[in-house]
Design a protein around this ligand. Structure first.
Ligand SMILES: [Zn+2]
Ligand SMILES: [Zn+2]
Length: 390
């Protein structure tokens, strides 16, 4: 079996060809952007309108990737109306990261085969491989093997893939150039809001595949390399909470706390508020909390291995709260089942009943959070005991 698997992998690698156009683009674009920026400033053309345009373009194209390519098409974390889908995909294309179809297929492979041979940006092949070097080779047969029928049946996806280059050139270069020409700065529009913005956006996206698989916390799972990194979230329109994302990829949020910097989540919620997006998928609070607690328990057990004499004492301290957490979880599951059952009874459902169940759910979640906070307190006592013991 192992042999068969290996020969399959080797066979797949034999299809890889050096991707010269991409290499040239990735090497020359930062040089062109730096030279353009230098000339723009040296010639005295600097102006704030072009800077504002660059930031707007960065957000439009960045959110096109994160909300459109990533959360909408790769993960189906929500549904959007036609005009929203068109805008997201066309502006996403202005990051020159390939068509939404190719991008999503690669990204689905990344989730499916994380850290393995079939992961296109496998971090085990090195930081720079995951960041950019993986793009230097391409496997032309790969897309034929797995077409992603759900994606391909969407006419927008087929259209963008077919006319990718002219569309990308229009939205990356011609659009900002035309807009900045309105205040007499077509050069700044082309080189600052176009090329420089593109280079920065590309490396911000690449950082999710490199930085977020090396630096940060494994809050929810250590069964894969993805990490939560709030600093990267600042540049990546909220995609830095990557450990959460790999654990719960269908959630439309990446940063789940209200203060987590996740403009993509705010955009999606805003669209839903305006009736332009629906069926926003989110993981239940209890599932998230308990996954986090499981990970913390694992970490605690590793700590206790260094002080085996304290195990009994720690167990005594934590057991009652653990039991309470489990009870709260079971209670929540029962409530949720009841709630969904009532919601399904379209005609006969009583709104009062729905409101009542919603209230009980909110209360049960609050109680679970309080119990979790108590567990955290007790766990930090155990950490202190271990530190004192050492
Ligand atoms: Zn990842
Ligand atoms: Zn993803």
């Amino acid at each position: 079996m192992r042999l068969a698997e290996n020969s399959h992998v080797e066979k797949q690698h034999s299809h890889h060809k050096t991707n010269w156009p991409t290499i040239l683009f990735l090497v020359l674009s930062p040089i062109g952007a730096a030279a353009g920026l230098y000339y723009w400033i040296a010639s005295g053309a600097f102006n704030w309108w072009t800077i504002i345009l660059s930031v707007v373009m960065a957000y439009a194209t960045g959110l096109g990737i994160t909300a459109g390519y990533h959360r909408l098409y790769s993960h189906k974390a929500f549904e959007a109306t036609g005009p929203v889908r068109w805008l997201l995909v066309l502006f996403g294309g202005a990051s020159f990261e390939g068509s939404c179809w190719e991008w999503s297929l690669d990204h689905r492979d990344h989730h499916r085969h994380i850290d393995g041979d079939m992961d296109p940006y496998n971090i085990n092949k090195g930081f720079w491989y995951a960041h950019i070097l993986w793009l230097f080779k391409k496997d032309p047969t790969k897309k034929e093997r797995q077409k992603g029928p759900d994606l391909w049946k969407d006419p927008l996806i087929r259209f963008q893939h077919r006319f990718y280059i002219p569309l990308a050139i229009t939205f990356t270069f011609l659009l900002p150039m035309g807009i900045a020409a309105l205040w007499g700065d077509w050069f700044g529009g082309l080189f600052v809001a176009g090329l420089l913005r593109l280079v920065l956006n590309q490396h911000f996206t690449f950082a999710i595949n490199s930085v977020c698989h090396v630096f940060g916390k494994q809050t929810y799972s250590d069964s894969h390399s993805a990490r939560d990194n709030w600093f990267t979230a600042l540049f990546t329109y909220g995609e830095g909470y990557h450990n959460y994302h790999h654990e719960f990829p269908s959630d439309y949020r990446n940063g789940i706390r209200f203060f987590d910097w996740d403009p993509t989540k705010w955009l999606i919620r805003g669209l839903s508020f305006m009736g332009l997006a629906k069926n926003l998928r989110r993981v239940d609070a209890e599932t998230i909390l308990l996954k986090k607690q499981e990970m913390r328990e694992k970490h605690l057990a590793q700590k206790l291995e260094r002080a085996p004499g304290l195990t009994d004492q720690a167990e005594k301290l934590l057991q009652a709260t653990r039991d309470k957490l489990n009870n709260a979880k079971v209670e929540l599951q029962v409530l949720r089942k009841q709630y969904h059952k009532v919601l399904k009874e379209h005609q006969n459902r009583s709104e009062e009943n729905v409101r009542e169940l919603r209230k009980r759910l909110a209360l049960a979640i609050r109680e679970l959070k309080q119990t979790m906070a108590r567990w955290e307190e007790q766990a930090s006592q155990v950490y202190q005991m271990v530190a004192a013991h050492a």
